[in-house]
Design a protein around this ligand. Structure first.
Ligand code: SF4
Length: 257
């Protein structure tokens, strides 16, 4: 009898998890349809560089490093100063000639300039023989190689691989982690790799879809699913959101007390 009850409970748990995963996919598709057609390139400076072209892939990787832990505005100022020094194309041969100290000074507006200038120098060293390997190397191997560079984290590597190489991965940032937690897909403090793999199991392995989903969820996190006071009542996916359902249940419990 106990075994039968356990079996029923575990089947119900599985059904609940499957239903949550289906809701998640529906929610992501809805967000893409709402936000993606109206994405402003200015809201995603690194993606804008990729779309506009005219910059070496090393330069794009540098711009992604500059955007770590700062506002888009500050990262753009630092990038503009760097372009003024070495030219619009951010040629690796010209970048290499800038000393770490000077680089630190140029990129100061982006913050954490010491760590970032060191990370950029490490990237340049790693690809000094063959900077074009960034576009040629097998993406999985390239990911491992990037992750071995001191100062390049998984988010930086995944942004590069998805935006530039069109490789089906899913960069995780603070907006995305918060959204995943509220959608019941994971906990925002979970290790990066674990969350990334879970999301990749739930979404189609199509780079175009993953790119649109990444940008759309970030837009949603900035505008509606904010860290404080999310605008759940006007959210286009509130009927699919476990966090919102929990809030409604709490309200109705309070009212019946
Ligand atoms: S209903 Fe609220 S918590 Fe859920 S996704 Fe929308 S804004 Fe975020």
């Amino acid at each position: 009898m106990v075994a039968l009850l356990d079996d029923i409970t575990s089947r119900q748990d599985n059904e609940r998890v499957t239903a949550r995963h289906e809701e998640f996919l529906k929610a992501v598709k809805k967000l893409i349809s709402v936000y993606y057609p109206n994405i402003r390139l200015d809201d995603f400076p690194s993606y804008k560089l990729v779309r506009n072209g005219g910059i070496h892939p090393i330069g794009i990787l540098v711009s992604i490093i500059l955007s770590q832990n700062t506002s888009d505005r500050n990262a753009s100022v630092a990038l503009r100063r760097l372009k003024e020094r070495v030219g619009e194309y951010l040629d690796p041969a010209k970048l290499k000639k800038v000393s770490v100290e000077e680089l630190e000074e140029i990129i100061r507006p982006s913050g954490m300039q010491r760590q970032k200038s060191q990370a950029i120098t490490n990237v340049l060293k790693e690809f000094r023989e063959d900077p074009d390997a960034l576009m040629r190397e097998d993406p999985e191997k390239l990911r491992e190689r990037l992750l071995r560079i001191d100062g390049v984290g998984p988010k930086t590597a995944d942004v590069f691989l998805l935006f530039v190489r069109g490789y089906p991965t899913f960069p995780m940032d603070t907006h995305i982690r918060r959204f995943l937690e509220r959608m019941g897909i994971g906990c925002r403090s979970e290790p990066y790799e674990k969350l990334r793999e879970r999301v990749l199991q739930l979404l189609p392995r199509d780079p175009g879809f993953l790119l649109a989903a990444h940008l759309a969820i970030i837009m949603h996190g900035r505008k509606v699913c904010r860290a404080r006071n999310p605008l759940c009542h006007e959210c286009v996916i509130n009927s699919l959101c476990p966090y919102y359902r929990g809030k409604l249940q709490e309200i109705s419990k309070d009212e019946t007390r």
